[in-house]
Design a binder for this molecule. Structure first.
Ligand SMILES: N[C@@H](CCC(=O)N[C@@H](CS)C(=O)NCC(=O)O)C(=O)O
Length: 212
């Protein structure tokens, strides 16, 4: 039995939940409320010494970090795959590059903008808001170029696309129209939203998370 320790609004946990759904894997959810400091409890730190969600426990195997969890799931439960097959090493590397890019250069920036926008208008750092918006727009321009002639970012639907999904879903609420003037992104988002694994995420509590 798989157990997922997660905080539902966490975009990294959402990456894992998309993969679990893609692979039709059932799991027990153990909610860790990081706003209440539950990720600092000794029993949780025994699972992940970094004190971060998500953590996946599969029988005797404990895995943390969303990227590593998703690779573990793909190794252990290969069908359907969420990474290009091992013989397509170049595409596999491309998928990993995009997932890492989403995790480091998109998700945190959208999270920081969410945190600014959650403040009363008078308290917002407007310069920071403008810089974050510009960064996010640039990422979308880049993704639009990389999707030219492609259905997904690295061959079939993969972790490359999954990495973007959680924060892609909140852009509209932040006043960012990712699809506007970007026909490849528009078609990509439409394609992503057709997947039940991603439809299952909609309606999830969306809130800024400190540091993410
Ligand atoms: N690289 C990690 C990042 C996980 C992460 O930052 N999780 C946040 C919640 S979204 C967390 O647990 N924060 C608590 C903390 O860092 O103290 C992953 O991909 O799983």
């Amino acid at each position: 039995m798989i157990k997922l320790y997660d905080f539902l609004p966490c975009p990294f946990g959402q990456k894992v939940r998309i993969v679990l759904a893609e692979k039709s894997l059932s799991y027990e959810l153990a909610a860790i409320d990081i706003t209440k400091g539950e990720h600092r409890r000794p029993d949780f730190l025994r699972l992940n010494p970094y004190g971060r969600v998500p953590v996946l426990v599969d029988e005797d195997t404990v895995v943390y970090d969303s990227t590593i969890i998703n690779e573990y799931l793909d190794d252990e439960y290969p069908d359907p795959p969420v990474l290009p097959r091992i013989e397509f090493s170049s595409l596999r590397a491309r998928a990993r590059i995009f997932e890492d890019f989403a995790d480091t250069s998109f998700t945190p920036q959208v999270g920081q903008l969410m945190a600014e926008m959650a403040k009363p208008e008078a308290e917002r750092d407007q310069g920071r808001v403008a810089r974050l918006r510009q960064t996010i727009e640039r990422v979308m321009d880049y993704v639009n170029r990389e999707l030219q002639g492609q259905l997904f970012l690295a061959g079939e639907f993969s972790v490359a696309d999954i990495g973007f999904v959680p924060r892609l879903l909140v852009l509209k609420e932040l006043g960012i129209e990712a699809a506007a003037g970007r026909s490849n992104v528009e078609a990509w988002i439409k394609r992503l939203l057709e997947r039940p694994s991603i439809q299952g995420l909609q309606g999830v509590v969306i809130e800024p998370i400190a540091g993410v």
